[in-house]
Design a protein around this ligand. Structure first.
Ligand code: IMP
Length: 205
């Protein structure tokens, strides 16, 4: 008899990220469900000092609210010439409630006059998987590149129009979704999380 799928809640309110993660996560024996299916599970304040702290906080809170295992990620853009900023503050770099365009404009201002070779940057993503009993594993993914002098491309989200991944002629926002997914920090983090998910799929509850 076929084993029933184990449900894992994907704890993100960001529909772009939810779509990317669902496209990357397809494993027999596991069913990924969005946190929005659970109206009682409210948003979590992302006040950690590191990506790891925020990812674990989001996954733990979703696991406690739903009684299911939960997966959450936190991502930051780390720019070498800015000492690793905006990093964990990437979402609100230009201030509380700012838009992606505001963040990109602030980043361009911060790097004004910095030559191409000194505009090195990386997206870093940490994924946490938590059980309702509190046990937690994390995995990390990273993609290196540089910050362009002006936005290029209309796809993607966030800092995608300003990020040129190493080895590519196209910014993240100029790549088709599948191409970006295959290069992305989130994909690398998911790949590093896969052994834990596969083990879970095989375990008896
Ligand atoms: P989050 O906390 O994981 O939602 O990510 C923080 C911020 O990083 C987002 O608001 C985006 O501005 C940016 N970000 C995260 N992932 C990506 C990506 O794949 N491309 C571009 N920007 C991203």
């Amino acid at each position: 008899m076929k084993k029933p799928s184990k449900k894992i809640v994907v704890a993100t309110a960001n529909r772009h990220k939810a779509a990317e993660l669902s496209a990357l996560l397809s494993l027999p024996g596991l069913e990924f469900v969005p946190l929005s299916d659970f109206p009682g599970a409210g948003p979590v304040e992302e006040d950690g000092r590191t990506l790891e702290e925020n990812a674990v906080k989001k996954a733990r809170s979703a696991a406690a609210a739903t009684g299911l295992r939960a997966l959450a990620d936190d991502t930051g853009l780390e720019v070498e010439a800015l000492g690793g900023a905006p990093g964990v503050y990437s979402a609100r770099y230009a201030g509380e409630g700012c838009s992606y365009a505001d963040n990109n404009a602030r980043l361009l201002r911060a790097l004004a006059g910095v030559p191409a070779e000194a505009r090195r940057a990386a997206f870093r993503c940490v994924i946490a998987l938590c059980s309702p009993d509190g046990s937690t594993v994390t995995a990390e993914g990273r993609v290196s590149g540089r910050i362009l002098e002006e936005p290029r491309g209309a796809d993607g989200f966030g800092y995608d129009p300003l990020f040129l991944p190493d080895g590519s002629e196209s910014s993240f926002a100029e790549l088709a979704a599948e191409e970006k997914n295959s290069l992305s920090h989130r994909y690398a983090a998911v790949r590093n999380m896969l052994p834990h998910l596969e083990k879970l799929a095989d375990e008896q509850d």
